[in-house]
Design a protein around this ligand. Structure first.
Ligand SMILES: *Cc1c(COP(=O)(O)O)cnc(C)c1O
Length: 356
């Protein structure tokens, strides 16, 4: 079976061998306070990520359990009262709802599913402390142009900018100096088992967390930016973390560095072109996102006028797993992931079963 699901997804091809090696080395029994853990797992994985994704030394790399946890940590650590959210699907809505559930005054600019934003028309309230973007909205297949997000930061230097890049990392090329926070989990573009999230946190965001703490406000307990950063300085985490997940991430990051991130990005673009060209000229199936500049290269949403179930079942019989649409779009769309783990010949085979 080849999993074209947007997460969990197909494992990166080297992962099975790394799991075998991890068992040989007894990684799951290794103490998270040992020197071997600190130097060969934590430090190596962080350094690898820094190089692969070009994360500057000004920005902390902090481990959490998931993308959803990162949303909560970001709100807790950077918002006294007011957050602002660009909402165009289920994950951006989750980010917004998280802020409300933490009793903040969250506001949003919302557009219909399948649409992008005209940022220049979006009025971000003066009092917003944090502006949240779901850079790649996995529920709708919308990708937001980064240059426009950097421009918003430039215009609002006092506001913190947070980017959810869960389903676009490591393909997406973020200029981390132009934003404050980004986060992702590893079961999507990195092709790893679920259970590990990563936050990239810049100095202005860290400063904000310190200020909130000084005001005697809660920034969370074991996973605040500050507790995570304090332990990261010792190549550790506050709790017993997903050591195996961190080990595997370090290994896959190493493999991706050997292949070259530029090559991986180029291959992703080529496969995306192959996919979109196919569906743009198909008799019945068509891309949900009509505006090309908002089309995600890593998660495609495809409208299925004759229903999604038949297609999903038919592909399964051929050895390919795709997802149905998200939420309300379950019956009328399919979603296809285009991650580094998916090679061009698998994409071609998948499409060969959709020619009708
Ligand atoms: C999957 C996903 C999440 C949630 O990540 P988890 O690791 O499952 O908690 C958040 N945002 C986006 C855009 C996602 O695709």
């Amino acid at each position: 079976m080849i999993y074209f699901t947007p997460g969990p997804s197909q494992l990166f091809h080297t992962v099975p061998a790394h799991i075998t090696q991890a068992l040989r080395e007894n990684i799951p029994s290794l103490s998270h306070r040992s020197k071997k853990y600190q130097l060969e797992i934590f430090e190596k994985t962080v350094a690898g990520l820094r190089t692969l994704m070009d994360i500057p030394s000004s920005h902390q790399i902090l481990f959490v359990a998931s993308g959803t946890e990162a949303m909560e940590r970001v709100i807790e650590n950077t918002v006294l009262k007011h957050s602002f959210h660009f909402v165009n699907g289920a994950f951006s809505k989750r980010f917004y709802t998280t802020s409300l559930e933490l009793k903040k005054k969250a506001e949003k600019c919302e557009v219909a599913f399948g649409k992008g934003f005209l940022f220049k028309d979006a009025a971000i309230p003066k009092k917003s402390e944090l502006v949240c973007f779901t850079q790649n909205e996995t529920s709708t297949g919308i990708s937001l142009p980064l240059q426009e997000i950097y421009a918003i930061k430039k215009k609002n230097p006092d506001k913190l900018i947070a980017l959810d890049i869960v389903s676009s990392a490591p393909y997406v090329e973020v200029d981390f100096r132009s934003i404050d926070i980004a986060f992702f989990s590893v079961q999507k573009g990195f092709g790893l088992p679920a259970g590990l999230g990563v936050m990239v946190v810049g100095p202005q965001a860290l400063e904000k967390a310190k200020n909130l703490l000084k005001k005697d406000l809660s920034i969370g307990s074991y996973h605040s930016f500050l507790s995570l950063a304090e332990f990261a300085a010792k190549n550790q985490t506050p709790e017993t973390p997903n050591v195996l997940g961190q080990y595997l991430l370090g290994k896959v990051v190493g493999d991706m560095r050997r292949i070259g991130i530029t090559k991986i990005r180029k291959q992703t673009d080529q496969k995306a072109t192959l996919l979109y060209d196919f569906f743009d000229s198909h008799n019945t199936l068509s891309p949900f996102v009509s505006e090309k500049r908002f089309r995600s290269h890593t998660v495609l949403t495809i409208v299925t006028p004759d229903g999604s179930d038949g297609i999903v079942e038919r592909l399964k019989e051929k050895g390919f797993v795709v997802d149905r649409g998200y939420g309300n779009l379950k019956e009328t769309q399919i979603r296809i992931a285009n991650f580094p783990a998916h090679n061009a010949s698998d994409v071609q085979s998948l499409l060969s079963h959709l020619k009708y």
